[in-house]
Design a protein around this ligand. Sequence first.
Ligand code: FAD
Ligand code: MG
Ligand code: MG
Length: 317
Amino acid sequence: MSDNRVWSYSTVLMGSPVLLKLFSHDEALASRVFSLIKKYEDLFTVNRAQSQVMEINHAAGQQSVVVSRPVYELIKCAKAASMVRDSAFNLAIGPLVKLWRIGFKGDSVPGAQDIAARLRITRPQDVVLDDAAHSVFLTQPGMEIDLGAIAKGFIADRVRDYLHQQGVSDGLINLGGNVQTLGNPQGQWTIGVKKPFADADALVGSIEVANKSVVTSGTYERYFEQDGKRWHHILDPRSGYPLDNELDSVTIISADSLDGDIWTTLIFGLGVEKGCAALRQHEDIEAIFVTKNRDIILSSQRQFRFTQCDDSYHLID
Ligand code: FAD
Ligand code: MG
Ligand code: MG
């Protein structure tokens, strides 16, 4: 008889709860997975003085910096997502993220002049890449790359690849909002879609998937309140203020978590209607929108099944 028991391993990395689920008791494997995540965190982080991304940022306006392959590839991918017409995704958003400090100590609404000044040094086209040298140059002094909207997706995919390489075909990794699932011998994985601004375990619904990524971005995870308003951490690269539209959260279902992470930000910029239209060109990317006026909208349901858990929301599909 096969043993389908699930073992859970957890830690905190990238300022986020990290959860690994396996169908075997294997502390050594879990610890190798956490080391892998830590290795990437050390390369990508902008929350410490030193990392490869910080080397690039420290050299802004001065010189190009040669970086390792994963750093170069992720920056190249983040730049491509930033250069899409009307994209809300901007890898050069760092100076604004640092100004707002949302989710960190000392967050407050900055002055309009400070925001305007920082907007001038957040142009993605000023991130200059050299494929042959694997180097990155930020042409304006003060520029800063921030991979916070994409790095967890990239890392979740690397964990999946590593588990496959180790002969593990079943399991799940959750990097605090970025879930990448492998198979599940019991059938499928059930992933909750959180209820915005409610208890941590309250759900508006859940979906069942296997071998898919499920990424959620919301206005309710990292925010602060000032002047009777909530200010959340997904910034509009055009205005320099948090993106303000009908959305409380977006969940993206896709094969790769990298795509999921990029699309959550793109969709936040587009809103429901334009977001759905954009997804019609991308059959393998699907979205669950949760709006402020309590609608749940499914762009399509090819790769998952949705079950509603909260009657105060209206399901529209
Ligand atoms: P997403 O919606 O996927 O991304 C939002 C984040 O992307 C913002 O927090 C900001 O960093 C950035 N961003 C905002 N607007 C835009 C935009 N328009 N375009 C592109 N990017 C944008 N948190 C801690 O508290 N302490 C830590 O030490 C810490 N270390 C981290 C190290 C790494 C390598 C990474 C990837 C994250 C780390 N974090 C840390 C968390 C980080 O600060 C962000 O909160 C997190 O990445 C947000 O991810 P998300 O999936 O919740 O949100
Ligand atoms: Mg994310
Ligand atoms: Mg994202």
